[in-house]
Design a binder for this molecule. Structure first.
Ligand SMILES: C[S@@+](CC[C@H](N)C(=O)[O-])C[C@H]1O[C@@H](n2cnc3c(N)ncnc32)[C@H](O)[C@@H]1O
Length: 369
């Protein structure tokens, strides 16, 4: 047999375990759909507003009160959804002397609509039929030697998620709300992780800052900073009008980026392939010009090469998110530190410094010298 690896024979029990494993995984979309159902029915908000665990009929009457013109909800079906959510550890289930009550967990707190930090709009965006259907085309992405095929192109005829947001005002709303909510879970970590850095900056431009949530938080916490958000016109149209920051609309590939001491980009470069990233970086480099202290502040994922243990609990998320990039973007991907280094050097930023955050991403400072 030479050097050929020989597969060990599998026991009958191991094969049954494999069948069970695949059966569970092939229904994993049911997990995210059940979460979507919980968010749509505002189950976490109803329990939260009462301040204590609630019985099924109390949750049902909360749902009915939220939509008085709809017919009364189906309690047996609600009970089945609650059973699944309890199994997923999204809610607790406790037996009292007279009833069964459902309570919040840290996971369901992340699903509250009306909270400073929430993943509800992000979850609704990812599980919206328009977003979700793009994942049917992963194999087409893999078969394309040029890497130009995207799930959005195949499914909707729009180049990528950004082109879809431009083409469909309703999707634009869902997308921008999702990005804002995504920033709510990052803001605290970015603000404290880069406290010293923000302290030294007078002017800050955020490229692709969406509606401007993160930049507004930076300026709120570091009021000496003059902040400018730079994003596409259909995004800037919906931007936050809070008097804290200004907004400029433009295209980061073609238009001049407003000048500042530093340019921040959060989850921008991971949306693009290397060639496009180099174009964006060169455009930033042009803005920085001869300003020796000019720099980039990048908030993005750094894949750790040491495998799951080096990425911590987010390892699965990072690998999964990379697949979403495959379907949603034109060449976007998650990168290792080595890949980031090469990319920044090619774009005119030969020195980088990585600061890890206790969240999905790191801060990468990139300097011109
Ligand atoms: C993944 S979102 C990130 C938004 C925000 N930074 C965040 O982390 O939530 C990418 C952002 O880049 C913007 N964008 C995409 N193409 C752009 C372009 N050519 N010029 C300027 N902004 C662009 C999108 O409109 C969107 O707001």
């Amino acid at each position: 047999m030479g050097d050929l690896a020989v597969e060990a024979p599998m026991t009958e029990q191991a094969l049954v375990d494999g069948q069970i494993d695949i059966s569970n995984r092939l229904f994993s979309f049911v997990d995210s759909m059940t979460l979507k159902c919980a968010v749509e029915l505002r189950i976490a908000d109803i329990i939260h507003s009462h301040g204590c665990p609630l019985s099924l009929s109390q949750i049902a009457s909360g749902i009915n009160q939220n939509s008085p013109s709809s017919p009364p909800i189906n309690q047996p079906n609600l009970q089945r959804v609650m059973r699944k959510l309890v199994q997923m550890k999204i809610f607790t289930k406790t037996y009292t002397a007279t009833d069964v009550v459902y309570g919040l967990t840290p996971s369901s707190v992340s699903l509250l609509h009306d909270a400073d930090i929430t993943l509800a709009p992000f979850l609704l965006w990812q599980n919206d039929p328009t977003s979700l259907s793009t994942l049917h085309y992963l194999s087409a992405c893999v078969k394309d030697p040029q890497g130009m095929v995207t799930g959005f192109q195949e499914g909707h005829g729009t180049k990528n998620v950004f082109a879809m947001a431009k083409a469909d005002p309703e999707y634009n709303k869902i997308f921008n709300a999702a990005m804002k909510s995504w920033c709510t879970v990052f803001a605290k970590a970015v603000l404290s992780g880069y406290k010293d850095g923000f302290g030294k900056i007078q002017t800050l431009v955020e490229v692709g800052g969406g509606v401007g949530f993160l930049l507004s938080e930076v300026v709120k916490n570091f009021p000496h900073i003059k902040g400018t958000n730079f994003d596409l016109p259909h995004v800037v149209e919906m931007a936050l009008d809070n008097g804290l920051i200004s907004h400029v609309s433009g295209n980061m590939f073609e238009d001049d980026i407003p000048s500042a001491d530093a340019i921040m980009m959060k989850n921008i470069l991971h949306d693009w392939g290397d060639e496009d990233c180099i174009k964006i970086l060169k455009n930033c480099r042009k803005t920085i010009g001869n300003n020796k202290s000019g720099k980039l502040i990048i908030v993005d994922i750094v894949i750790r090469e040491g495998g799951p243990s080096s990425q911590g609990p987010l390892h699965d998320f990072v690998v999964t998110f990379d697949i979403v990039m495959l379907a949603h973007t034109s060449g976007g991907k998650e990168r290792t530190e080595e890949e980031w280094k090469k990319l920044f050097a090619a774009g005119g930023f030969p020195t980088i410094n990585v600061i890890d955050l206790p969240i999905y991403a790191s801060i990468i400072e990139a300097y011109t010298e």
